[in-house]
Design a protein around this ligand. Structure first.
Ligand code: PGA
Length: 266
């Protein structure tokens, strides 16, 4: 559907991240991460890279609770300026200072609820890398865009604009997350075939923008109603190298089951 599959590449370790969104409180955030840490002891870091992305205000507490584990800390967003009069914003230096490894950039809720543009998201990707963070750039089409056969156009635009000015060396720091907006929080997961089609499109675009080898090294996560019981078939797709998990990352058991299923599927 979206062109040639991209074959014969060596994939990196799968990467599963939990996006907690605006959920938890100081107590439940710590018990959630404790459950993740103990459940992922055998898998995190060795078989699967695992990260949790709590709300900004709980980053430090969660970071402390995971500090002796190989579960990494991620932020749900990052601002592009380093410091100054930007009320309410959080810089990459601050995120690094509290122990973050990753920062999500351009999540669909920031695009469509908060109104972030491709240009702003691109600045965030640059700022994250400059600040020593590994950005997770999210792309994905709305339901009406899919129905109007605009998936390729939308994903191509978001990917190209989001990565504008990111050279090959910096690109190695980036994870792409394909999250069809119609599948986020709706229980409507993309079929493994639908996910694979867009992942192959993204990999092909990366090969054009950079080269085939680099494109093969970039991890492309799928996100949108990922659950323990659909992880295996999603991760079984050739170009699906990880998962960005929302709702199911709020239950330690479910998230751990997803991480374990991802480890088995690869
Ligand atoms: P969901 O969210 O798993 O609840 O659909 C995914 C996301 O928004 O990252």
């Amino acid at each position: 559907m979206f062109g040639e599959h991209f074959r014969g590449v060596t994939m990196k370790k799968p990467f599963v991240a939990g996006n907690w969104k605006m959920n938890t409180d100081s107590h439940s955030a710590v018990s959630l991460v404790e459950g993740v840490v103990s459940g992922c002891e055998e898998t995190a870091g060795s078989k699967v890279d695992v990260a949790v992305c709590p709300p900004f205000v709980y980053l430090q507490q969660v970071g402390k609770a995971l500090s002796s584990s190989l579960v990494a800390l991620g932020a749900q967003d990052v601002y592009f300026e380093q410091k100054g009069a930007f009320t309410g914003e959080v810089s990459s230096a601050m995120l690094k200072d509290v122990g973050c490894t990753y920062a999500i950039c351009g999540h669909s809720e920031r695009r469509h609820v908060i109104g972030e543009t491709d240009e702003l998201i691109n600045k965030k990707v640059h700022a994250a890398i400059l600040g020593g963070l590994l950005p997770i750039l999210c792309v994905g089409e709305l339901l009406e865009e899919r129905k109007a056969n605009k998936t390729t156009d939308v994903v191509t635009r978001q990917l190209k604009k989001g990565l504008m000015g990111i050279g090959p060396e910096k690109m190695l720091a980036v994870t792409i997350a394909y999250e069809p907006v119609w599948a986020i929080g709706t229980g409507l997961t993309a079929t493994p075939g639908q996910a694979q089609d867009v992942h192959a499109l993204i990999r092909g675009l990366l090969a054009e923008m950079y080269d085939r080898k680099l494109a093969g090294e970039i991890r492309i996560q799928y996100g949108g109603s990922v659950k323990p019981d659909n992880t295996g078939e999603l991760m079984g797709q050739e170009d699906v190298n990880g998962l960005l998990v929302g709702g199911a990352s709020l239950k330690a058991d479910d998230f751990v089951a997803i991480v374990k299923a991802a480890a088995r599927a690869t």
